[in-house]
Write a protein of this length. Structure first.
Length: 106
């Protein structure tokens, strides 16, 4: 998938297709209306209280979801099983939902 800058595209179209004013206006309307916006990715069904694992950092161990951010794209999680001998830092914070997987009955 390629993402483009809609404002730059509209500026270019307006300059290149001066003889097609009505078509440019229709296209401008559709771009501004979001007709060609990419489809947002479907987020996994993760909710507070779920046990999770971080896909990119399996060494964190099993974590717990505390809350879902207002954006719906991240979850506040902690990983109490993280081995403190590796680091005194405990992985706790907001993580992207697409990087988390729910652990069933483990």
């Amino acid at each position: 998938m390629k993402l483009i800058d809609a404002d730059e595209l509209l500026e270019w179209i307006s300059g290149e297709f001066e003889d097609f004013e009505e078509e440019v206006q229709r296209l401008t309307y559709q771009i501004n209306a979001g007709t060609f916006d990419p489809t947002p990715p479907v987020q996994p069904d993760i909710k507070p209280g779920d046990k999770i694992r971080h896909k990119g950092n399996p060494h964190y161990g099993i974590g717990v979801v505390h809350e879902i951010a207002k954006s719906g794209l991240r979850a506040h999680c902690s990983f109490p099983d993280y081995d403190k001998r590796v680091s005194h830092w405990e992985p706790r914070g907001y993580y992207r939902l697409d990087k988390l997987e729910v652990i069933k009955d483990e």
